[in-house]
Ligand binder design. Structure first.
Ligand SMILES: Nc1ncnc2c1ncn2[C@@H]1O[C@H](COP(=O)(O)OP(=O)(O)O)[C@@H](O)[C@H]1O
Ligand SMILES: CC(=O)N[C@@H](CCC(=O)OP(=O)(O)O)C(=O)O
Length: 259
């Protein structure tokens, strides 16, 4: 059986037009389906208001106790519950979850090496049977990028990684189609030119573009996760513009396909 897993990033969540159109499209995608959201941009804005400094290293947020409080409020509360309500109004029976709810995504606090990331979690286990039980009740799970550990901590977890881990876990029982939606038309050879979409991306070309500096910043962890998903049993992985999500899901003709 097919399962569609869509990830949306902070630039989509934070843009009213993009978000509204995306939610209309998401509502039309056949179930079973899962939504994973980010929200890094909103967390940074709220942190400014609360006088908490944002530090990012290689696309990951250094999460001290004050920042953990911010991301728990923003991802687990504001963003997650707003998306739940907005999809409910479109007739989609959503249930919003962090990884701590029902113990669905267990993590380990990232060990301190050269860098102390603070309360950042590396995923150890996804309870795919629990997620499956939600899907079998015709619910649509919406995951916030938060996990938990056995010591009672909430942990901040990159949303691209969370989507990959959920997709890999669900691939045991489903033919999973994982779609990363963001604000560009796909993986580009020139990041400033939306007409330079790479239709199909293989690992060697990715490595070359990375070396050349054409692929950088947030696209690197996204692609590392995309290739991991494909190598661990996910049937299809696409990176595309949020406005093209239905094309990507229904026709497989939008954005960049990872092969
Ligand atoms: N070759 C590339 N093609 C497209 N985007 C790229 C590329 N290289 C770097 N990027 C950057 O990666 C960003 C996407 O990563 P990120 O900001 O983490 O997305 P999200 O928040 O949606 O997960 C784009 O906004 C773009 O600035
Ligand atoms: C550990 C870590 O970096 N977590 C991310 C989680 C949010 C996220 O991934 O949001 P986007 O998809 O919008 O980038 C962060 O706090 O920024």
């Amino acid at each position: 059986m097919k399962l569609t897993i869509i990830k949306i990033g902070g630039n989509v969540v934070d843009n009213p037009t993009l978000r509204e159109n995306f939610l209309n499209d998401f509502a039309q995608i056949p179930s079973p389906k899962i939504l994973v959201h980010g929200g890094g941009k909103i967390a940074t804005q709220v942190a400014v208001k609360l006088d908490v400094e944002t530090v990012m290293v290689e696309g990951r947020r250094i999460t001290d106790k004050a920042m953990l409080d911010v991301v728990t409020m923003v991802y687990g509360g504001l963003v997650n519950k707003t998306l739940v309500a907005q999809l409910q109004s479109r007739g989609v029976n959503t249930i919003g979850l962090t990884g701590a709810d029902a113990g669905v995504i267990l993590s380990k606090k990232r060990p301190v090496k050269e860098i102390d990331y603070g309360f950042v979690g590396d995923i150890e286990k996804v309870n795919n049977a629990f997620i499956d039980s939600l899907l079998k009740q015709n619910l649509v799970p919406i995951f916030a990028p938060l996990t938990f550990d056995k010591e009672g901590n909430m942990l901040n977890t990159n949303a691209d990684t969370q989507a990959q881990a959920i997709a890999v876990a669900m691939a045991k029982d489903y033919e999973v189609n994982l779609v990363y939606c963001f604000e560009k038309k796909g993986v580009l050879t020139d990041v400033d030119d939306d007409n330079s979409v790479i239709p199909e991306l293989q690992k060697p070309y990715y490595e070359q573009l990375k070396t050349d500096g054409a692929i950088h910043t947030g696209m690197i962890p996204k692609l590392d996760n995309a290739f991991k998903a494909i190598s661990e049993g996910v049937s299809q992985v696409t990176i595309c513009h949020a406005a093209e999500v239905r094309l990507a899901v229904n026709e497989g003709t939008a954005g960049t396909k990872i092969v």
